[in-house]
Ligand binder design. Structure first.
Ligand code: ATP
Length: 234
């Protein structure tokens, strides 16, 4: 589904990603782990086409993504939920969802999509008319996920979805990721909460100082606290 080959990325003259290669197969949940500053967000942004300076190859569903702007990648079936969520102030939950539907080019299916979101995200259904930024952090994260998945993408990139969210909502959110997986959505997940991430993942990669240093099945990594301690402890 997603294949990254020798990806390099820079911020100005800082060389952040160094020859990163990884792949995510159709239907898999793959975690990308590593300490703060390891380059996880930079990798997701590079895949989405949001960085000015990158080199290497990124292909999605067999097509080369390089040169395509982020919105074209989204319409191609690749969705992204950034860490900062980007909920639009002054707009209701419904209006925020509409933005995602319009961006995905599926405005004519809006009614059916909103009904599907309401069924999948009961917390949002109750709050469609509420100003979105007045919701709790966890509810706003749910909205960001609902908005990104409105068009039924083939794959979603998630950047630290559990950050700053109370545990009960984190559990609910991870159940939702499993439901998305069951529906066939492929997921690349960046998470600080290693055990939670590995618990729903098939495989995981560890990024350290901009390079992949380890890759393993999730169950094997879960059983290896030494690796987690070495590369993922904050
Ligand atoms: P975190 O978990 O803290 O978000 P991360 O693994 O996602 O960490 P990145 O955010 O990708 O790490 O950052 C990787 C490196 O790139 C860090 O050294 C960071 O300081 C640097 N960096 C990130 N954004 C920028 C920017 N806009 N300009 C310059 N340097 C940046």
């Amino acid at each position: 589904m997603l294949k990254i080959d020798k990806l390099n990325a820079w911020y100005g003259t800082s060389h952040i990603l160094q020859d990163v290669s990884l792949h995510v197969d159709r239907g898999e949940v793959v975690s990308l782990l590593g300490r703060n500053g390891a380059g996880k967000t930079t990798l997701l942004k590079s895949v989405m086409g949001l960085l000015k300076k990158t080199a290497g190859a990124v292909s999605f569903k067999g097509a080369d993504l390089l040169g395509l702007p982020a919105h074209a990648r989204y319409r191609h079936g690749l969705a992204y939920v950034p860490e900062e969520r980007r909920i639009v102030p002054g707009m209701t939950v419904l209006e925020n969802l509409r933005l995602g539907i319009i961006a995905s080019g599926k405005a004519k299916d809006e009614r059916a999509i909103i009904e599907r979101i309401a069924a999948t995200f009961p917390r949002l259904k109750e709050r469609l008319g509420q100003e979105a930024v007045t919701m709790s952090g966890g509810e706003q994260q749910m909205l960001a996920i609902a908005r990104a998945t409105a068009a039924g993408p083939d794959m979603i990139l998630l950047d630290e979805p559990s950050e700053g969210i109370m545990p009960v909502l984190v559990d609910e959110m991870f159940e939702l990721f499993l439901a998305l997986k069951r529906q066939g959505t492929t997921i690349l997940l960046v998470e600080q909460s290693v055990e939670t991430a590995l618990g729903i993942s098939d495989r995981a990669y560890i990024l350290d100082q901009g390079a992949i240093v380890y890759s393993e099945r999730a169950d094997a990594m879960l059983a290896d606290p030494a690796i987690q301690e070495r590369y993922c402890a904050v």
